[in-house]
Design a protein around this ligand. Structure first.
Ligand SMILES: C[S@@+](CC[C@H](N)C(=O)[O-])C[C@H]1O[C@@H](n2cnc3c(N)ncnc32)[C@H](O)[C@@H]1O
Length: 310
């Protein structure tokens, strides 16, 4: 297994301690430990986690012939926040059948997730180099994009863009695109009734507590609260935030250091955006300056996936 390290474990440990002191824990810490990676595996086995997104990827894979033709005989596939890489492998298998050789570069900040993605691709005999990097960093994104010469196929799937500021993230992604490159990116569509219910449930809370229990915070130490806000920077951007509220005075241990939390104190947890179809098209087209060549709405109407170019 080949993995290049841009973001070291020492960097992540340091950032984690600082984030805990700042009471604000971004997405990457929820996938960091082997236990969290196992917890993610359990969560992804829930059919409602991604609903019809799997069907969308089958449809994209069914159209792999046109993509293969665009790329000629060889395509570097660079997947940002690759997770277990399952969607990437589905498409790469279809590209291979269409006569295109794939070189795979899964990018993730989580070593255990990266190992799962690399092992899955190695097992299917794809030439694979994992890159351990922070995809919220424009510098890391450029480094990862430079792993191969254009034209390249970039992927950011599973509503991954929405755990960052999507207005900034789409610009960072777009900056790395050159002529001939393609980007497949998806966003979850907002539903007044279902968006919150899909997050505020026992399985999702369990996943969050897998991370929190790693620093000594257990489910009876407090509660997780969900909140819905609108992002006023553009019509149709919906932000779901989550926070942990301590029910009593607590002490967490991060990297050997003790962090005290007073009763009633909150820690901001990872957030997620969801969109109206118009606002997602605006995000990609206007904010990112990309042209949408094809778009797929999942059969359950839950995800909009765009194939774009600069
Ligand atoms: C929601 S999962 C999506 C996984 C996959 N793309 C899919 O479609 O199922 C998000 C992935 O992004 C990774 N991730 C989160 N924040 C990251 C960051 N700042 N840099 C790199 N990877 C990150 C997580 O470790 C996780 O594997």
């Amino acid at each position: 297994m080949k993995v290049e390290v841009v973001l070291t474990e020492a960097d992540i440990a340091q950032e984690f301690a600082e984030a805990m002191q700042a009471r604000d824990l971004p997405e990457k810490f929820f996938f960091w430990s082997p236990r969290s990676a196992m917890g993610w595996k359990t969560l992804t086995s829930e059919p409602d986690l991604y609903g019809g997104l799997g069907e969308t990827w089958k449809a994209i894979a069914a159209g792999a012939g046109a993509l293969a033709q665009h790329f000629g005989g060889r395509v570097p596939v660079i997947s940002f926040g690759a997770g277990d890489g399952e969607r990437d492998r589905l498409l790469m298998t279809a590209l291979q059948r269409a006569g295109c050789e794939c070189q795979y570069f899964p990018v993730d900040s989580s070593q255990p997730m990266l190992e799962i993605a690399c092992a899955g691709a190695d097992d299917e005999d794809f030439e694979t180099t994992g890159i351990k990097a922070d995809i919220s960093s424009p510098v890391h994104l450029v480094y990862c994009a430079d792993a191969a010469e254009p034209p390249r196929l970039f992927i950011m799937s599973g509503n991954t863009i929405s755990s960052f500021d999507p207005l900034a993230e789409i610009r960072y992604l777009a900056q790395g695109l050159r002529g001939g490159d393609r980007l497949i990116v998806d966003g979850e569509l907002y539903d007044e009734h279902k968006t919150m219910a899909r997050r505020d449930n026992a399985a999702a809370r369990k996943f969050i507590f897998t991370m929190l229990s790693g620093v000594g915070i257990e489910s009876d130490d407090g509660e997780i609260r969900f909140n819905h806000k609108r992002d006023e920077r553009h019509e149709g951007l919906h932000l779901i935030t989550r926070s942990f509220r301590a029910a009593r005075d607590l002490s967490a241990t991060v990297g050997g250091e003790e962090v005290s939390l007073e009763r009633g104190e909150r820690i901001g947890l990872n957030f997620q955006y969801t969109y109206t179809p118009e606002s997602f098209r605006w995000l990609v087209g206007e904010q990112g300056g990309l042209e949408i060549l094809e778009e797929y709405i999942s059969p359950d109407g839950r995800f909009l996936t765009a194939i774009c170019k600069k």
